[in-house]
Design a protein around this ligand. Structure first.
Ligand code: SAH
Length: 474
């Protein structure tokens, strides 16, 4: 983070604005909204500022700036079109330790003013760190349309019940939060936003009185996080990620996706690296049960889809036996994500009639698969977890009838900004892994559809220095 976002209390404090034009007026307006007392130093004022001066909203010092004007100011804004003067104001303020903003000159600022969405008491501040104020403004316009005008009223309304709810749940922060989440996502908030304040109030009173205080609201959300790109999450996944008390995540959950989980949640890494299982599957199952029984909302976050080579079935089986409530949220599986982002349509009808997802890593460690079914010419085969067994996989495909020149692709860290696609055929694939130092997670796609990559590739990853997966390669 380049700047620390804070909201400052300037009520009844003197704020100095140097300059009397339109740009200064925008700052004066914000200071005024926040209850500050503005002093504007400028030989002349634009119409807007002149009007405010007449109504007493600001104090106008009708002259050139002098160094003493800084004294006693809580905040300073330099908004003249004289670059030298702006610099002087900045230096004088900094010398006294007073926060100073110089319009359109981030280098001279000790604070910057964000774009603000104001639904007081709800405020959203957007900043690009001075890189692109226009982008900040566009973002603001987008957010403005999402956030109902009544949210300010909603916050004020809820504030009145804060201490009552706190007392009702004896200060148990998890239960308090779950209660408020229920209110905000349910009919009470809807009613208030729709202007039915009296009904909303009596419903809320009733909800507080009738709230169950059992400590047993535990639940497990088994959520597919998709292959890596956070934009591929489902809406429901994101919603539940924001609700979790505890998150138990796998190696295949990418760093940008973890960033979207509620910050205050407890994070538990459950591992699952080949040969290095941090927690055995039974341990994970038991862990989920134990935490949920403590009354917590547990987010079990898995790469791709939980039911495709994800052992999600085993986890919910245990939850069911133990009577722990759960829900399952599908995710985009690696085959779908990687093939899309590599421009390889898995079932292009000019080439194939079927597509098969196969594990390259059997329970017993062998590659004893039903090769006659897998090695079919008009079929696409996608191997998950096949990087370490790639040589026997390719040999078996050839042995059971596929041509050694059958096209094949390796999609490494698919859908992330580190995605790499390596194209070869069954005879060259194992060698490609060594030559290009290919690392997991990598998906293998075999079949004639791979030919389409050259024509249809569209995704251009930025390429980042670190892996997109926090623990990959460790
Ligand atoms: N449940 C997951 C798969 C887990 S098995 C899903 O539905 O996608 C783990 C294997 O998935 C890895 O060995 C790799 O073959 C594949 N994989 C997962 N994410 C990947 C990614 N972003 N890029 C390439 N392969 C990936």
């Amino acid at each position: 983070m380049q700047f620390l976002p804070i909201f400052m209390n300037i009520r009844n404090q003197t704020c100095l604005v140097v300059g009397g034009g339109q740009v200064a007026a925008r700052k004066v307006y914000l200071i005024d909204r926040a209850g500050g007392k503005t002093k504007v130093v400028s030989p002349s004022l634009c119409d807007e500022l002149a009007r405010w001066a007449q109504t007493g909203s600001l104090e106008h010092l009708e002259r050139e700036f002098s160094a003493d004007d800084i004294n006693g100011a809580k905040l300073v804004v330099a908004a003249t079109n004289d670059a030298e003067l702006n610099r002087t104001v900045s230096e004088l303020a900094k010398a006294q330790g007073i926060p100073v903003n110089v319009v359109d000159n981030p280098d001279l600022c000790s604070y910057i003013m964000p774009s603000v969405i104001d639904r007081s008491p709800v405020q959203i501040a957007i900043s690009t760190g001075g890189a692109s104020p226009v982008l900040a403004r566009l973002l603001r316009a987008k957010l403005e349309t999402f956030i109902p005008a009544a949210y300010g009223r909603l916050a004020t309304f809820l504030e009145r019940f804060r201490s009552k709810v706190k007392a009702r749940f004896a200060g148990n922060t998890d239960e308090i939060r779950h209660f408020w989440e229920g209110v905000l996502e349910g009919p009470i908030a809807d009613k208030l936003v729709a202007g039915k304040d009296i009904e909303a109030e009596s419903d809320l009173e009733k909800a507080i009185d009738e709230a169950e205080i059992s400590g047993h609201h535990g639940e497990v959300y088994l959520v597919g996080a998709g292959p890596g790109d956070p934009d591929l999450l489902t809406f429901r996944a994101l919603r539940l990620m924001q609700r979790a008390d505890v998150v138990v995540y796998d190696r295949l959950v990418s760093a940008p996706i973890l960033d979207l989980v509620r910050r205050d949640a407890e994070f538990i890494y459950a591992g699952k690296e080949r040969d290095k299982h941090t927690l055995p599957q039974e341990g994970i199952n038991a862990l989920l049960v134990r935490i949920a029984k403590e009354g917590k909302k547990v987010l079990r976050l898995k790469g791709g889809d939980p039911f495709i080579f994800g052992r999600g079935g085993e986890e919910i089986e245990t939850l069911m036996e133990e009577g722990v409530p759960f829900q399952v949220v599908p995710g985009i599986t690696a085959a779908a994500g990687c093939s899309s982002y590599a421009g390889i349509p898995l079932t292009h009808r000019d080439y194939v009639q079927s597509c098969m997802f196969v594990t390259g890593h059997l329970k017993d460690g062998s590659t004893n698969l039903n090769w006659d079914v897998i090695a079919q010419p008009n079929q696409t085969v996608v191997f998950y977890m096949g990087l370490h067994t790639i040589a026997p996989l390719c040999e078996n495909l050839i042995k059971h009838g596929l041509d050694a020149s059958t096209p094949a692709a390796l999609v490494e860290q698919g859908t992330t900004q580190n995605q790499r696609v390596h194209i070869g055929d069954l005879s060259s694939l194992a060698e490609l892994v060594v030559q290009n130092n290919v690392k997991p997670p990598t998906l293998i796609i075999v079949g004639n559809v791979v030919k389409l990559h050259e024509k249809l590739k569209w995704f251009e990853p930025a390429g980042e220095k670190t892996s997109s997966y926090p623990t990959a390669g460790k």
